[in-house]
Design a protein around this ligand. Structure first.
Ligand code: OAD
Length: 240
């Protein structure tokens, strides 16, 4: 078995990493899918039925995300770039990883800060602004959120899978691993990679993972500190 490159780190995150920034998860008590029917607000059928309801739902999410601040978990993840080749693969549609300082973030479920034409598919940055009905892309079709709805194709999936498959270290944090195909990324790392999952509750951790059953802001900085220490020891070993 070839040894994976321990300098290559992938973080695979879900909504739980932003929970302590005040953004709701989806399936916990108080989660978005406990308050809203996903079929109504996160599906092409919901959009066809009542686009103004879907638009209002994501306008509220966008405003809430823009007001939230990165937490200690996002910041610790960004700190890894000081010593490692890091890619963050996230199911999250907020930009808290980027605002914490992470420079390579792959969003597989889209981004609140972007809109796209419902027919053209052309993306444009809208930042924290709401999207209005009647607001068109340059090609003339209605702007919609650049969010992957149920039944739509996940974005950048093969790019994300290639990053995970080349990782020497993988940290999975804040996801129930229940939405496929994105969740399959957690299982794509080499068998010999150092794999850690941070989750307060899971039915069971994926095989081969160390499971830290705590909150992201407590556990992620611990994992990061350990990896930075190991990385520093390895570079001392290389130069000795
Ligand atoms: P879920 O709501 O399914 O899972 C959130 C996970 O975060 C759960 O396992 C929680 O236990 C955990 N969690 C909660 N608070 C935490 C904290 N402070 N620290 C660490 N973990 C915590 O959300 P996701 O797995 O992100 O897709 O959901 C995946 C996808 O389902 C989303 O991207 C979204 C949704 O439908 C789309 O909208 C396309």
């Amino acid at each position: 078995m070839t040894r994976p490159d321990l300098r290559r780190i992938v973080i695979f995150s879900g909504s739980g990493v932003s929970a302590e920034s005040g953004l709701p998860t989806f399936r916990d008590s108080g989660g978005l899918w406990r308050q809203y029917a996903w079929e109504e607000v996160a599906s092409p059928e919901g959009w066809r039925k009542h686009p103004e309801v879907v638009q209002a739902f994501y306008n509220e999410r966008r405003q809430q995300a823009a007001q939230a601040q990165p937490n200690a978990a996002h910041r610790a993840i960004a700190e890894l770039e000081k010593a490692f080749d890091v890619v963050v693969v996230t199911q999250n549609v907020d930009d808290l990883h980027e605002r914490a300082g992470s420079t390579r973030v792959v969003h597989v479920h889209g981004e609140l800060a972007f809109a796209r034409g419902e027919r053209s598919g052309l993306r444009q940055r809208i930042g924290a602004e709401p999207i209005h009905m009647g607001q068109l892309c340059p090609q003339g079709s209605q702007l919609r959120p650049d969010i992957v709805w149920f039944g739509e194709a996940v974005q950048h999936l093969e790019e994300a899978r290639a990053h995970v498959a080349a990782a020497g270290r993988l940290l999975v944090v804040g996801t129930s691993l229940s939405v496929f195909p994105a969740a399959s990324l957690a299982y794509a790392a080499p068998a010999s990679a150092d794999k850690v999952v941070v989750a307060p509750e899971l039915d069971s951790p994926p095989d081969g993972f160390e499971w830290l059953r705590g909150k992201a802001t407590e556990c992620v900085p611990q994992v990061v500190a350990r990896w930075l220490r190991e990385g520093a020891e390895a570079s001392r070993g290389r130069t000795a």
